[in-house]
Write a protein that binds this ligand. Structure first.
Ligand code: IMP
Length: 197
């Protein structure tokens, strides 16, 4: 039995247009992992994943890094359930362990205005990391408000709202194995659907 049968409502949602196929994502992430393996040889990079959207990228990326690594998670409020950035960034779940003295790679799903990463970079630098850089799967250059350097970048994408491979709209579509453009983001949940918290 194919998994497409049981998850058909996600895979065949009428408002989705595939932008980056699963195989393309995996191939590019493997290149980023190989670059990290070369650049951090002899060190133990500490991957800090920005919840929730970057979990799929993290899980793929860390398996392509041929070095010992450690991971931690941080969660910030950004879009909420809207599709427009508020500019306000707040830590809603902090790291479990101190990153002091570590070679941190901040793992993010998408760089849009740059406000989130800009805030996180200065927040983490203040905690005395040994080094810090950014790995971002997707980049929307058109919407940048603050300049953020990305050492490991997956794909530049057009100024469209995208979902899948960890990215959501109102918490939906994170489980899609590809990245898709979502048309009419206001209509992703059928009326009356109960998703709770
Ligand atoms: P920034 O602070 O504007 O760079 O926003 C980064 C965050 O906004 C990401 O971590 C995502 O959570 C969210 N985001 C930005 N663009 C999109 C999109 O096209 N789809 C889903 N989430 C997005």
């Amino acid at each position: 039995m194919s998994h497409h049968v049981t998850r058909s409502s996600e895979f065949h949602h009428p408002n989705l247009d595939v932008l980056i196929e699963e195989a393309t994502l995996k191939a590019r992430i493997a290149e980023l992992g190989a670059a990290i393996t070369r650049d951090y040889a002899g060190r133990v990079p500490h991957l800090i994943c920005v919840l929730k959207g970057a979990v799929v990228f993290l899980s793929e990326l860390m398996r392509t890094i041929d070095l010992p690594v450690t991971i931690d998670f941080i969660a910030v409020s950004s879009y909420g359930d809207a599709t427009r950035t508020s500019g306000e960034v707040r830590i809603v779940k902090d790291l479990d362990t101190s990153p002091a003295g570590r070679d941190v790679i901040l793992v993010e799903d998408i760089l849009d205005t740059g406000l989130t990463l800009n805030y996180l970079l200065s927040n983490l630098r203040a905690r005395n990391v040994h080094s810090i850089c950014v790995a971002a799967l997707l980049n929307k250059p058109a919407r940048r408000l603050v300049d953020v350097e990305v050492a490991y970048k997956g794909f530049d994408i057009p100024n469209e709202f995208v979902v899948g491979f960890g990215l959501d709209c109102a918490q939906r579509f994170r489980n899609l194995p590809y990245v898709a453009v979502l048309r009419q983001p206001s209509q992703v949940w059928p009326e009356g659907a109960a998703i709770g918290g």
